[in-house]
Design a protein around this ligand. Structure first.
Ligand code: NAI
Length: 671
């Protein structure tokens, strides 16, 4: 029998090789179609005549990327349950085969791929650095749904399995072998041979270690489960992210009865898939994929990157580019700043690269360049000096004659339109905005700002560069504040207004965290720098209907610059905000509403002004540029979910109580 996605080969040892090659795709996925085929294949395997079944991918890219996420979109409970039950049927059949079952993994094995392997007797991996395993479902608002929750715990014990399932992190083969998640690691070219050797082994399921027997014991499980849930709650509150809690509960209630646990796992995932959180997180996943396709890496790859300004942003941008393999020089007028830049870069390399050899190599790629010799050699120059149009223009004028003919100049300005900055250039088309977010190492977005004069080819090259350094490029129109800062600023200013009204900083921040923001607006303002906030606020107030709070001006003029000098709305010790732990937040107050409505009102204004092409890109920009509660799917999606009419009524009430800044923008009509 011929199949579309699977090929069956029998060898002389009576081994049945199931070769997976998903048609018309670069990666293998467990879609309904490929699962149905596998189901049929398994029904027809004559195990009396078979020594072993070996699963192997024919794709270069990896083993299996997981279930077909597209099939999760807009699924109701019954449809979701049907899809998941099919996955369960297939995995149960693999486990029940009366012959050896082996999974050979080369490259990534994600989600459903790892679950399929867990249903096999043996898992053998290639020692290639690309070989990695994960159960990342939690990132999509669900948990393993093809039997992986039970089988991972059975194989590696609850603590290691929960660590994998609750963080979604990928693990390499060395760690996987230590955990006993996999049975063998071998050179890629020996993978088939290892499979054949294991086919001849007599399988006996390994006994659980004493520690895991104790942890899985019904009397202890409840206690451990509560502890794990408590730890999770500090990062992912239950009301926003239900999946981890459902997963922990499955183990707590049903681990002694595997059949029941698998059945309940399917129901639990079906409930989650059809719920808003997962639907929004799946949407965010696709938005991320969309942004990834924006830059074509083939178009441009610089040999040398030069960064001017080694402060908070320039220093971190230079370090990030060196981390990603580029030769980088970083220039600052102040040698002491450069010393700090290099020290910070060392910390980043050590943390991320975890190897002294790789850290030394990265350090070798980064040069402190006080005099700016790198200007002449660079293919791309990233300017990140003070947010002052005249200072920036003066710099451009001085460096342009020294730049290579085709070199690109990008600015990290937060808010100054390119048309203002490019006036000092002989070739204004070479200037594009490449706007990073703070902290550079954590925020995935970069705004690619194109002015009226920016050259189209240069814009494409800058997007290509963004992909080389693993950032998500978003094309935005050059208008004050671009997309992210424009939307963020009214929200930050509203927080400052409340602060001046006497609401404690901690309470304001708690209201935002309660909505699902990763950091409150007051702490965010301190982190960005109050001087930067002030100059962005001033730039925006010239164009839009906003006023700069006198409190902000006063703080900056009295040397309160935020986290960078330890004095902002909060004081900082060792970079940690000193907060009053007794502060409380009452969800019946209008604090959260004031913050969020200011933000989404500005989001509609950006739609109206066509700062980005469409509302999907707007949501993507705000999520990846600010960390806006991902489970809410972005500000425009939030309007749809929360109800446009209800939010408009709230806007009107706030307007009557607090003034015209709550006037609805005409952009609401476009949502
Ligand atoms: P910063 O004040 O920490 O650093 C600026 C650095 O530029 C200083 O070290 C200064 O010595 C150096 N500098 C100034 N003029 C120079 C010149 N002519 N030649 C060489 N070096 C010079 O400022 P920060 O926060 O790093 O901001 C830099 C740029 O990035 C600004 O345009 C800002 O709007 C933008 N930005 C800032 C963000 C933030 O969160 N702080 C976020 C995104 C963009």
């Amino acid at each position: 029998m011929e199949y579309k996605h699977w090929t069956i080969k029998r060898d002389d040892d009576n081994i049945c090789w199931l070769l997976f090659d998903y048609q018309d795709a670069s990666t293998n996925i467990l879609s309904t179609e490929s699962l149905n085929e596998l189901n049929d294949i398994l029904d027809n395997i004559d195990t009396s005549d078979t020594l072993a079944v070996i699963f192997k991918s024919l794709k270069k890219s990896g083993f299996i990327a997981g279930a077909n996420i597209k099939e999760f979109v807009d699924k109701n409970y019954d449809d979701a349950l049907q899809m998941i039950t099919l996955g369960h049927t297939v995995m149960n059949k693999i486990e029940a085969l009366e012959c050896n079952t082996i999974s050979l993994i080369h490259g990534f094995s994600m989600g459903g791929g790892t679950e399929l392997s867990l249903a096999c007797n043996y898992i053998i991996c290639s020692d290639d650095t690309s070989t990695k395993l994960a159960l990342p479902e939690v990132k999509l608002g669900i948990h393993p749904g093809f039997g992986g929750s039970y089988r991972s715990i059975r194989r590696i014990g609850p603590l290691a399995a929960f660590d994998m399932m609750l963080t979604g992190r990928t693990i390499n083969t060395r760690r996987a072998k230590n955990l006993k998640l996999i049975d063998e690691v071998t050179a890629h070219r020996q993978l088939d041979k290892a499979g054949i050797a294991f086919a001849h082994k007599k399988f006996r399921r390994p006994k659980q270690s004493l520690q895991n027997q104790i942890l899985n014991n019904a009397f202890i499980r409840g206690f451990i489960a509560n502890k794990i849930a408590k730890k999770v709650s500090s990062k992912a509150p239950k009301k926003h992210y239900p999946a981890p809690y459902k997963l922990i509960r499955l183990w707590k209630k049903y681990y002694d009865n595997p059949v029941k646990m698998l059945e309940k796992e399917a129901e639990s995932v079906a409930e989650l898939v059809s719920d808003k959180t997962a639907q929004n997180l799946v949407r965010v996943y696709f938005l991320q994929e969309q942004l990834k396709t924006t830059g074509d890496k083939k178009l441009f790859k610089p040999q040398h990157v030069h960064v001017i300004g080694g402060g908070i942003m320039g220093g971190d941008i230079a370090a990030w580019c060196a981390l990603k393999g580029f030769q980088v020089s970083v220039q600052d007028q102040d040698p002491a700043t450069l010393a700090k830049t290099i020290a910070r870069a060392y910390k980043l390399f050590k943390k991320r690269l975890k190897s002294s050899r790789l850290t030394t190599n990265a350090m070798d790629r980064l040069t402190a360049d006080h005099k700016g010799y790198g200007v002449e050699h660079a293919d791309i120059i990233i300017e990140a000096i003070f947010e002052d149009a005249d200072v920036k223009k003066e710099l451009y004028k001085s460096i342009e004659p020294r730049m290579k003919k085709d070199a690109i100049l990008v600015t990290n300005t937060s808010s100054i339109p390119l048309e203002v900055l490019s006036t000092s250039l002989k070739n204004p088309g070479r200037l594009v905005g490449l706007h990073f977010f703070n902290p550079v190492a954590l925020m995935p977005l970069v705004e690619i700002v194109h002015g009226k004069e920016s050259d189209k080819k240069t814009i494409d090259k800058v997007s290509a560069f963004a992909r080389h350094i693993d950032k998500l490029p978003l094309a935005v129109k050059s208008s004050p504040g671009f997309l992210v800062n424009r939307i963020l600023m009214p929200y930050l200013l509203e927080a400052m207004i409340m602060y001046t009204e006497g609401v404690p900083a901690e309470t304001i921040d708690m209201a935002a965290l309660d909505f699902g923001m990763p950091m409150g607006p007051i702490e965010l303002a301190d982190t960005v720098g109050l001087d930067v906030c002030l100059s962005v606020a001033k730039n925006l107030s010239e164009t839009y209907n906003t006023t700069v709070p006198p409190q902000l001006e006063h703080m900056v003029s009295t040397g309160h610059l935020g986290k960078k000098n330890g004095k902002g709305f909060y004081t900082y010790h060792n970079s940690k905000a000193q907060k009053n732990t007794t502060a409380t937040y009452n969800s019946n107050s209008n604090i959260q509403q004031r913050l969020i409505l200011m933000l989404i009102n500005e989001a509609t204004a950006c739609l109206r002004d066509k700062v980005v092409e469409n509302e999907n890109l707007l949501d993507a920009g705000v999520i990846f540029g600010t960390g806006f509660a991902p489970f809410r799917g972005g500000p425009i999606n939030y309007i749809h979910d929360a109800g446009k009419h209800e939010l408009q009524v709230s806007m009107d009430i706030l307007k009557s109580e607090l003034g015209d800044r709550f006037t609805q923008d005409n952009g609401w009509n476009l949502v």
